[in-house]
Design a protein around this ligand. Structure first.
Ligand SMILES: [Zn+2]
Length: 112
């Protein structure tokens, strides 16, 4: 793998971890009025720093995701098949799992 590709994967993984942290905060903030709410609006967790997409997702579905398995929620078409595999595609979003270098970066970040 070229250094350039590695750098790209590293930056993508860091970006996605950031978006994921944002989503975790959104979910936390909605905890108090959870019973009135079925869908939450989350930010797309794709690699693109410029992406401002939002995903409407059921809280139960979001919480069902195995976050320790480095899974991310992205809009359809925002997956990057060079660095991640599609785990699940459903209404309005795609669940992807990182592999190789990006997966290692995510795991290292979670171990901190
Ligand atoms: Zn996106």
């Amino acid at each position: 793998m070229s250094g350039e590709q590695q750098e790209r994967e590293r930056r993508a993984a860091q970006n996605q971890l950031l978006f994921r942290a944002v989503n975790e905060q959104i979910v936390e903030m909605t905890e108090n009025f959870r019973s009135d709410l079925s869908d939450i609006n989350l930010v797309c967790e794709c690699w693109a720093p410029s992406c401002t997409g939002t995903i409407s997702c059921r809280i139960e579905d979001y919480e069902r995701l195995d976050r320790s398995g480095n899974m991310f929620l992205v809009l359809p078409g925002h997956e990057d098949l060079l660095v991640e595999d599609v785990v699940e595609a459903s209404n309005g979003y795609v669940v992807v799992r990182k592999r190789d270098l990006a997966a290692r970066i995510v795991q290292e970040a979670q171990a901190l």
